[in-house]
Design a protein around this ligand. Structure first.
Ligand code: DAH
Length: 345
């Protein structure tokens, strides 16, 4: 009899459920309090014949342990449930989703592209892993030009006898010029934004990769005056209508004549300050008339066509617009830096 009652109680207890403290306390009282069902069986234990005491004692203890453990387990899950419930406040407004910011280089690249698109330039693209033909040879670089030197260019594969098997990371976006010229005929009016690589030690002022936007215009009767006019428009759009430009003679293998362009210092409006080293001018790009040798090397008739080209450094312009002093900031992805551009479009 007693054995059966123990087994029945065990089965009952194993099935117990309680989802709050009150229900749990009721169960504890029902089974384990002084007047509880388990306790009642213990009280009957004294009537068990001596030879059976050992077995009954064991069974009763098992029952008590089962009941205690079950109630403790229910208490734990009750507590977990309650604290979860307490944490959910369904009246609270939803947390705002954090939205990332545009990278400053992206902002400036887009701004530059938009300016030239308004002038009728279209986008062109080329690979970052390039061959010597497109990066150097077709652009009139002499075989011993220092830019080919290991100091500047990352070489991937070399073959002295075949420039198309001499593979490099492009060191300028001018390589896209030759790609476009080799595959199409004038009129050509393109800009090519992209990343370029140079074997430089990484410092605040130099990096082993950076970004450029190349421009190229080839048609009949394109003159240096056209170049100057387009660049003046570009400078005014980018830095404001008061901006002045200045062209200084320079040298690039792929342009003749070549020039570097300065804009009037945007900090002191050309009066001279520490930023422009008291000159009133800051350099922003290289440009020139496409060398007839380049047109020839790229399959364009240099008697019929002329053209101009320019190359803008995106980091350079971004530094000028936003006064970023250290180039490394652009690639470290420190969100405190990136967040500063939250409101810039
Ligand atoms: N490729 C030159 C550089 O990386 C920049 C440049 C200068 C591009 C003059 C041009 C140009 O198209 O005409 O320094």
């Amino acid at each position: 009899m007693l054995l059966e009652r123990i087994e029945a109680l065990k089965a009952q207890i194993a099935e117990l459920q309680a989802n709050n403290e009150e229900a749990l306390e009721a169960l504890r009282i029902k089974y384990l309090s002084k007047k509880g069902e388990v306790t009642a069986l213990f009280n009957e234990f004294r009537n068990v014949p001596a030879e059976q005491k050992r077995e009954f004692g064991q069974r009763l203890n098992e029952l008590k342990t089962l009941a205690t453990e079950k109630i403790n387990a229910l208490r734990d899950s009750c507590k977990a449930g309650e604290s979860k419930a307490a944490k959910i406040d369904i009246t609270r407004p939803a947390a705002a989703e954090e939205i990332g910011t545009r990278h400053p280089l992206t902002l400036v690249r887009k701004e530059i592209i938009r300016i030239f698109e308004r002038l009728g330039f279209t986008l062109a693209d080329g690979p970052e892993v390039e061959d010597d033909l497109h990066v150097f040879t077709s652009l009139n670089f002499a075989a011993d030009h220092p830019a080919r030197d290991m100091q500047d260019t990352f070489f991937i594969a070399s073959d002295e006898n075949d420039v198309t098997r001499n593979i490099v990371l492009r060191s300028h976006t001018s390589s896209v010029q030759s790609r476009v010229m080799l595959s199409s005929q004038p009129p050509i009016r393109i800009i090519c934004p992209g990343r370029v690589y140079r074997n430089e030690a990484i410092t605040a002022r130099a990096h082993c990769f950076f970004h450029q936007i190349e421009g190229l215009y080839i048609d009949k009767n394109v003159s240096f005056a056209d170049l100057k006019q387009v660049l003046l428009y570009f400078a005014k759009e980018l830095f404001g209508p008061e901006t002045k430009i200045r062209l200084r003679p320079s040298y690039f293998p792929f342009t003749e004549p070549s020039a570097e362009m300065d804009v009037s210092c945007m900090l002191c409006s050309g009066k001279g300050c520490s930023f422009c080293k008291n000159t009133g001018w800051v350099e922003i790009l290289g440009c020139g008339m496409v060398d007839p040798n380049v047109l020839d090397a790229c399959g364009i008739d240099n008697k019929e066509y002329t053209g101009y080209a320019f190359g803008v450094g995106v980091e350079r312009i971004t530094n000028l617009k936003y006064m970023v002093k250290d180039l490394r900031m652009f690639s470290e992805n420190d969100v405190r830096f990136l967040r500063e551009f939250e409101t810039a479009h």
